[in-house]
Design a protein around this ligand. Structure first.
Ligand code: CA
Length: 231
């Protein structure tokens, strides 16, 4: 039952490779390393790992290009490892289909938490027709939102926005992705309408909208909804 999880690590920095390999193999994961984008792409197609950790700064191909090529044929969960402080790179990586990211330097506990969340989400993504976390419940079939058992009245747009985040809970959705999903590609790219709707949602569901418990802001990137606990 407890099959070993196979991880493909694509990272050219050997000291980071050995740090990650030591940390993860001590916790029962099996790691295969690739030091270039090319090698990583080829190992991904032959080994079919359960999850890929991908550095964005690779010597041969840019990590975002690796991601893009990978997504042409595969749905394998990918966590981007980024040394870059530039938020645009993270946004680009997420928009190219990365599941999550960690920023260097990071500790083994943080990395393992991200891996577990990523794998869990993949296992449950097909089953959940409801969302539930700490007093907030969403029934996607009935289009109903309950907070501590009381119905929350949301506008059509607010409901769409909240359910989009809830259906992919635990995952960062970029502003661009959300804008496109809710308002379509022709909407002005300024995020004001999104911020206004999010502020309204928070007023309705958060006990303290300034310190949200359900929908978190990833500054400069997007929003991440608290993980679904209903499974
Ligand atoms: Ca690198």
């Amino acid at each position: 039952m407890n099959r070993t999880t196979n991880i493909l690590l694509i990272e050219d920095d050997k000291s980071i490779c050995s740090f990650i390999t030591t940390a993860l193999s001590g916790n029962g994961y099996h790691i295969t390393s690739a030091y270039t984008g090319k090698e990583g792409l080829s190992l991904a197609s032959t080994d079919l790992p359960d999850i890929i950790l991908l550095d964005l700064g690779l010597p041969d191909i840019d990590g975002c290009q690796v991601l893009k090529q990978m997504r042409d044929w595969s749905d394998i969960p990918i966590i981007v490892i980024s040394a870059r402080v530039n938020e645009d790179d993270k946004v680009l990586a997420l928009d190219f289909g990365a599941d999550d990211y960690v920023t260097k330097p990071f500790g083994p506990a943080e990395l393992m938490a991200r891996i577990r969340t990523c794998l869990r989400r993949r296992h449950f993504s097909a089953s959940g027709r409801s969302y539930s976390a700490s007093g907030l419940e969403i029934d996607f079939d009935k289009h109903m939102v309950l907070l501590d058992g009381n119905e929350v009245h949301l506008t059509q747009i607010e409901y769409q926005l909240l359910s989009l985040l809830a259906e992919q809970s635990g995952r960062v959705l970029t502003y661009g992705y959300i804008m496109n999903a809710i308002w379509g590609p022709y909407m002005d790219s300024n995020n004001q309408i999104l911020r206004v709707n999010m502020a309204n949602i928070r007023r309705k569901i958060e006990k303290n909208p300034a310190r949200p418990q359900y929908v978190f802001t990833e500054i400069g990137i997007g929003y991440r909804m608290r993980e679904n606990e209903s499974n």
